[in-house]
Design a protein around this ligand. Sequence first.
Ligand code: P6P
Length: 330
Amino acid sequence: MERITLIQHLRRRQNMAEGATGEFTSLMMEILVAAKFVSLQVNNAGLGEDILGLTGRVNIQGEEVQKLDEYANEIFTKLLGNSGLICAITSEEYDKPVIIPPDQAGKYVFTMDPLDGSSNIDVNVSIGTIFSIYRKQSPGNEVTDDDLLQKGSQQVASGYIVYGSSTMFVYTSGEGVHGFTLDPSLGEFFLSHSDIKIPESGTTYSINEGNIETWEEPQKNLVDYMKETDKETQRPYKLRYIGSLVSDFHRTLLKGGIFMYPGDQKNPQGKLRYAFEAAPLAFIVEHAGGKATNGQTRILDIQPSEIHQRTPLFIGSTREVDLVDRFLKK
Ligand code: P6P
């Protein structure tokens, strides 16, 4: 098979895009370089440099900040912030948006969870970066909420990097979902999964059943249904839960099935963030032929009212997300 690098892939897309300026390609190349830096650190964690462990700080989410979290957050911020292509950066690790000075700013807004699942770092479980790219909406140089709080359907592109047994870069810019695998000996990402399509239905469900006591009744009924034996509807489903969103989502995207992080009596809006996790992955799953809702509404149709807001997330194959509608939709 012809070995196509991510840069070649982006350039081919750019050449086919009417009126493309090359700015999007340049922006994606900055993300690509940051991903390589983080991959190097993640894969060397535990060897030599003291990059493992906690910083002793707690972020706005109330989560302990790992050194690798901070490293990833800083490297993406530096590379994207200095690219001249971005007017603002929002991050799960920053309380407030980073606004780029107008004389160094560009037309895109970059949103990221720099290292999701980082509590799994010291047990060698795959972790990941999740990102979204939006266009600046407001006129002039000032960055406003119209730029910082956009519906997921406004995304120009989204993607994730999974730092696992291999490092993979998966993205969509609205024309299919494409996966690239890092060849560490060359330091290049090569196309390995062209035009990914999620299976119409799957055989696994992914949820933290440890929270069952706080689930609402319809959620309990849905999971009980998935556990019943019924050959005609290929039940029972298998439970697969890694506790690292990028890994659980990547498996769901490639194999089918559903990932669920519902709201419950303790946290009606669930745990996951709309802008940093749900919206970018929903954009990907829809362009791969799947669905994503909050149990009532399509994720990409939700208008966020604050940067760190949370949302319940049901994401995966059409058949399984439709099943969620059947049990949960009011
Ligand atoms: P729980 C990791 O902390 C994370 O944000 C996601 O990567 C993961 O899907 C979820 O939390 C796991 O949460 O409550 O099951 O430990």
